[in-house]
Design a protein around this ligand. Structure first.
Ligand code: MTE
Ligand code: MO
Length: 240
């Protein structure tokens, strides 16, 4: 398979999704063994979409699959860990069970990708970022959060003030089911009031920092403060 470049000239790996399209099956070889992709990564591959490698997820009610990495990273529920560190009094690493034992929040909001597609009224459940921050004890000089992913590539950021909002979740359920590997499971971020690129999939680490470290897409042209309807050129209604 060839590597394609999108319209801004960045290389986008397409081997995996094209392999999946070729297979037309719900099991794909990743890391040398077959793994279930319950969503079934079929249908379209858009070369015009600047936010990466995409494919429609048929069972997903209009969701598209996005990954800037070449493959779907996979971590079992048992092996999953989330690290919270940086400018905190009590750095910690949590298992999925430990996250599920924390106060649970379920939100039903619209999912809005910056490229235009939208999935209305999607349930997400998990633990509030604010709860994890309170548990960790944020130091006075802290200003922001830096998120890392176990795809080894993607990163995101929020200011501390944004992260403390009640609609910012570390989510382990999406559409009232465990977050699938394709959707970033076992655990992804869900930044409800922001464009979906803020909702980092395959979440591995939260580092509290003294300044915003722009995320993956942000040096590539998207706003750091990604409020739906108020950023990425939407302020002046120039792009609808
Ligand atoms: N790790 C990681 N997280 C990511 C992305 C990505 O490429 N890698 N893409 C973002 C973008 S642009 C969107 S629209 C959503 C897509 O989530 P979905 O694949 O569950 O539809 O994930 C966001 N989080
Ligand atoms: Mo997106």
């Amino acid at each position: 398979m060839t590597e394609n470049a999108d319209r801004e000239g960045r290389p986008v790996g397409r081997r995996v999704i094209l392999g999946i399209l070729g297979l037309g099956a719900v099991a794909v070889p990743i890391g040398g063994r077959l793994q279930d992709v319950t969503d079934g990564l079929l249908a379209t591959v858009s070369s015009k979409d600047p936010t990466g490698l995409t494919g429609l997820l048929p069972g997903g009610g209009g969701f598209r699959f996005y990954s800037v990495a070449d493959s779907i990273p996979h971590r079992s529920s048992a092996d999953y860990r989330l690290t919270v560190n940086g400018l905190v009094d009590r750095p910690a690493t949590y298992t999925l069970e430990e996250l599920k034992a924390m106060p649970r929040t379920r939100l039903v909001r619209d999912v809005q990708c910056v490229t235009g597609w939208r999935v209305p009224q999607t349930p997400f459940a998990g633990v509030r970022l604010s709860h994890l921050l309170e548990t960790a004890g944020v130091k006075p000089e802290a200003r922001a959060l830096h998120f890392t992913c176990f795809d080894g590539v993607y990163t995101e950021s929020l200011t501390l003030e944004q992260a403390r909002r009640p609609d910012m979740l570390v989510a382990y359920e999406m559409q009232d089911k465990p977050v699938t590997a394709a959707h970033g499971g076992p655990v992804r971020l869900y930044a409800a009031p922001m464009y979906f690129y803020k909702s980092a999939k395959w979440l591995a680490g939260i580092t509290v920092t003294d300044r915003v470290i722009p995320g993956y897409w942000e040096p590539r042209g998207y706003d750091i403060d990604a409020w739906v309807g108020r950023s990425n050129g939407r302020d002046d209604d120039s792009t609808g």
